[in-house]
Write a protein that binds this ligand. Structure first.
Ligand SMILES: Cc1cc2nc3c(=O)[nH]c(=O)nc-3n(C[C@H](O)[C@H](O)[C@H](O)COP(=O)(O)OP(=O)(O)OC[C@H]3O[C@@H](n4cnc5c(N)ncnc54)[C@H](O)[C@@H]3O)c2cc1C
Length: 290
């Protein structure tokens, strides 16, 4: 069975190469931590809401009228695409403005990009490494793995954030751990409050899990440094490069390989990624300013 990421991608609701956002209404807001919220949204047009599909790891361009657009991953279950969740950390103009909308309306373009590989090798293990808000594009993948539990071997989620209070999807992390379908290990940089769990970076968790390298698929999303260190650590453990996948973050504008903002060597992160197989980008991975 091929390990290449699925190529048949859902058609963007705005059309293949359109800059025109489609209105969506925010139905619910859930605070994950002090600066991150999960927004539950639905397209205003019921026909578009019915047609919309996405693959875990894909993203929308979220538009706030009069402010601009930002690339934001879907964080919800791709089996229920009529309800879309975006988990957004407030860092700049668009991500702050989403939190202060008077009418609860945003514009969406998407889905864009290439998601996580869904054609798993039967009985292969899946190890997920996520840092901070990097868990957002991986949550749909966790849902997918839980729904297809019989098709994969062991599933391990390694998650790291600054403090216990910074955890995103904290209640679900605890629920997944309790239910036992997947192994969940969380580490924090600073143990505040009554935290008694691991302290340190995500890759410090690796000695706690035994990786059967040849039969392990690795999925990583986090800050640049985590992506690099995690990918290299798994390669050092002899996980084959074509079984290591990393979701990259680049400044984006169009979403459909026209504007060049997200160019990464010969690749466009918006369309060739954001999920890349390590073997595709081995020669440029970790290089700055390319
Ligand atoms: C494929 C893809 C998927 C993404 N998914 C998500 C997601 O699910 N949730 C989410 O919250 N973000 C996500 N992002 C990141 C998001 O697109 C950026 O943070 C975006 O720049 C925010 O737009 P803005 O207008 O609010 O901030 P900007 O005006 O672009 O940035 C304002 C300031 O914040 C700084 N800044 C920007 N991004 C970051 C950052 N990540 N960390 C620290 N400082 C930063 C900039 O350097 C600048 O100084 C994703 C990015 C990509 C490429």
């Amino acid at each position: 069975m091929s390990m290449a990421p699925a190529l048949d991608r859902p058609e963007p609701v705005c059309g293949m190469d359109s800059w025109m956002p489609v209105p969506a209404r925010i139905l619910k807001v859930h605070a994950e931590n002090f600066n991150t919220r999960t927004y539950t949204m639905q397209f205003v047009d019921p026909d578009i809401a019915r047609r919309y599909r996405f693959i875990p790891g894909q993203f929308n361009m979220v538009y706030v009228p009069g402010v601009g657009e930002a690339a934001i991953s879907m964080s919800s279950n791709s089996s229920h695409p009529e309800i879309i969740e975006h988990t957004i950390r407030k860092v700049g103009s668009v991500t702050r403005a989403v939190d202060h909308l008077e009418d609860g309306l945003v514009g969406l373009r998407g889905p864009f990009g290439r998601g996580w590989p869904l054609e798993q090798r039967p009985n292969h293990d899946v190890v997920i490494g996520a840092g901070g808000i990097g868990i957002a594009p991986l949550r749909p993948m966790v849902y997918w793995l839980l729904e297809h539990r019989g098709q994969v071997g062991r599933v391990v989620l390694l998650y790291g954030c600054r403090t216990p209070e910074d955890r995103v999807f904290a209640a679900e992390l605890e629920q997944w751990d309790r239910e036992g379908s997947i192994e969940v290990l969380v580490t924090v940089d600073n143990a505040t409050g009554d935290w008694v769990g691991p302290v340190g970076v995500v890759t410090n968790l690796l000695p706690r899990i035994k990786v059967s390298a040849a039969r392990t698929i690795v999925l990583v999303c986090g800050p640049k440094v985590l992506n690099r260190v995690a990918a290299w650590n798994f390669l050092q453990l002899h996980v084959p490069p074509n079984q290591v996948y990393v979701s990259l973050e680049r400044n984006m504008n169009c979403g459909f390989r026209r504007c060049g903002h997200c160019q990464y060597g010969s690749k466009f992160v918006c369309a060739d990624g954001p999920v890349f197989c390590f073997s595709e980008i081995a020669d440029i991975f970790g290089k700055e300013e390319i």
